[in-house]
Design a protein around this ligand. Structure first.
Ligand code: NOJ
Length: 579
């Protein structure tokens, strides 16, 4: 439900004209609300670490587990509560770890099992949680299971992957690969086609085979037994496919993840059996009791499909799913109106006890600051938004210091997606909304302004080049010392969020009648209320408020309370407490 607040606008001389405001005669008192979130994972904040690029502790140019352990104090002081670490399993690294060849091991370049156990202990000792990345949909083509499966049509693992005869010399049907191109690949060895939802070297497991399911549940139990707090689940919506292998229907448009295509991949995405599998997996995870371990799905599809993955009405599927409405953040989306529409939609589809997630970037997407075309003011507005809206925020490492993408020419790219699109020239890539070279957003974390930005020792060659221009100001050391830095804003916001149950556990009501450039919402918890106001415009604005408030946080020094209201600096946000 939307809340109405009387907010006439006072324009200051020289200020850009604000859009007309709907005035409401009387302020509406907000209502006490029920407790909405009680489990740790509903209140938490997540920080994603791409381990290869976080911190190199042994001077080989590759980030590692000990590097993460060494920076746990940084993460605790930043105020994030859960870390999600991208894959560090043994892998031929054709997709940098999302192609696993041993599900119960640690790749030597990342460390040892003992290092992982220490990382887990140290994380828990600081009161934090650790999520691993689990790739259930596919393995590496070098995994012994696939090597065996491919070797003949009648070996013991013959049915562990999705094998079909073709139609003549054509693939079995029109299923696609998510990054583009067809999903089926021919094996001369077996003289059959196998399905791969991502790249050809990532064959899809056959989840209709009970042995596969059992083997993967054992993997899940293995890590839970070690004490991990849950998993981020890679392309979970792809796992179960149509059992009849029917063609995808003709339906030109933007499909899975905003990729254009002629056929809607409905026979291979969000199958009802995937919803059932989510429930089954939640039961496996529940075997480990309290505190609850969790499942966070990387999924694609409609909001209704997301809800089904969360278990539908019974809410007993995955705990959380990523919702990628901010994948592109193109100019028309960088407005209060767009953000308002997203909040409205998330509130409608994921009311309590569902908990939405708010994510602006990850190791696959362009970095937030680059999506915003380096608009530092807007980055601050979005930080206030992300930490105060109802949902679990996920920060991709480096977002908190405003790291930007680094242009990596395709000839030097390591990302297999870039190689897949080798025929697309660099100058065209810059204009495309989709990210064809994920190296640009995976460059090493910038700890300081110096050689290799503190990621690896001087004289070492990092696995991907450091973004030196960005590191001059976007680095941890410099920003820790500057009270007005983006890093310190994130810290203040995360601190505020911990302190105020309204923010981590309260309900949300949108404020109606605000100027076009302003987004506002109340957060309620047990009769207490906070009001968040975000000004997306490049000009300051004054809003008259019907009640008295104290200012808990302003993202710019010029944000202040004025008699009867509040002044928001250009591109700024405030958090106010109702007195
Ligand atoms: C999604 C992951 O985020 C991405 O990095 C990976 O390449 C694909 N899944 C395939 O596992």
């Amino acid at each position: 439900m939307a809340e109405k607040l009387e907010v006439p606008v006072t324009e200051r001389p020289g200020m850009a004209a604000a859009s007309p405001v709907t005035r409401h005669p009387s302020p509406v008192t907000s209502h006490p609300s029920p407790v909405t979130s009680s489990s740790w994972w509903q209140r938490t904040t997540i920080y994603q670490i791409y381990p290869r690029s976080f911190l190199d502790s042994n001077g080989d140019g590759i980030g590692d587990l000990n590097g993460i352990t060494a920076r746990l104090d940084y993460l605790r002081d930043l105020g994030v509560e859960t870390i999600w670490v991208s894959p560090f399993y043994p892998s031929p690294l054709a997709d940098h770890g999302y192609d696993i060849s041993d599900y119960c091991g640690v790749a030597p370049e990342y460390g040892t099992m003992a290092d992982l156990e220490r990382l887990l202990d140290e994380t828990h000792r600081r009161g934090m949680k650790l999520l691993m990345d689990m790739v259930l949909n596919h393995t590496s083509d070098q995994h012994p299971w696939f090597v065996e499966s491919r070797s003949s049509r009648d070996n013991p693992k013959a049915d562990w992957y999705i094998w079909r005869d073709g139609k003549g010399d054509k693939p079995p049907n029109n299923w696609i690969a998510l990054p583009g191109g067809r999903g089926w690949h021919y094996s001369r060895e077996r003289r059959q086609w196998y399905m791969a939802s991502f790249l050809p070297f990532q064959p899809d497991l056959n989840w209709r085979n009970p042995e596969v399911k059992q083997a993967m549940w054992d993997v899940v139990r293995f890590w839970l037994g070690k004490g991990v707090d849950g998993f981020r689940l890679d392309i979970f919506s792809s796992i179960m496919k149509d059992a009849r292998f029917a063609d995808n229907p003709f339906s030109p448009g933007l499909h899975a993840g905003g990729i254009p295509g002629l056929y809607k991949p409905s026979m291979q995405l969000n199958h009802p059996d995937t919803f059932a599998l989510a429930r089954e997996l939640r039961q496996v995870v529940r075997e480990f009791g309290e505190p609850e371990r969790i499942l966070l799905g990387e999924v694609f599809g409609s909001k209704e499909e997301h809800r089904q993955l969360l278990g539908g009405a019974t809410n007993d599927g995955l705990n959380l799913v990523f919702i990628f409405d901010f994948h592109f953040l193109r100019r028309p989306q960088r407005t209060a109106r767009f953000f308002r529409s997203v909040v409205r939609s998330f509130e409608r589809h994921f009311p309590p006890p569902f908990q939405p997630t708010y994510v602006f970037g990850n190791h696959d997407q362009r970095r937030l600051m680059s999506k915003l075309e380096n608009d530092a003011g807007l980055a601050r507005v979005l930080a206030v938004f992300q930490m105060t809206v109802r949902g679990v925020p996920t920060v991709y490492m480096g977002e908190e210091i405003g790291m930007t993408d680094l242009f990596v020419p395709k000839e030097r790219a390591q990302d297999p997606v870039s190689k897949l699109y080798d025929w697309v020239p660099d100058w065209v890539r810059g204009w495309l909304p989709v990210n064809l070279n994920r190296d640009q957003n995976r460059t090493p974390m910038q700890w300081e302004d110096g050689e290799n930005a503190g990621f690896c020792p001087p004289g070492t060659t990092p696995w991907l080049p450091v973004n030196e221009a960005s590191a001059r100001t976007a680095n941890v050391v410099a920003q820790q010392e500057d009270p007005r830095s983006l890093l310190n804003l994130y810290r203040s916001l995360l601190g505020l969020r911990r302190e105020h149950a309204e923010l981590h556990s309260g309900t949300l009501t949108l404020v109606e009648g605000l100027p076009e450039s302003v987004l506002g919402y109340f957060r309620h918890f047990e009769g207490r209320r906070l009001l968040v106001l975000l000004n997306f415009a490049p000009a300051s604005i004054e809003l008259r408020l019907p009640e008295s408030y104290s200012l808990l946080l302003g993202s710019a020094p010029e944000c202040e309370l004025v008699p009867g209201g509040v002044r928001l600096a250009a591109k700024s946000g405030v958090v106010l407490q109702v007195q």
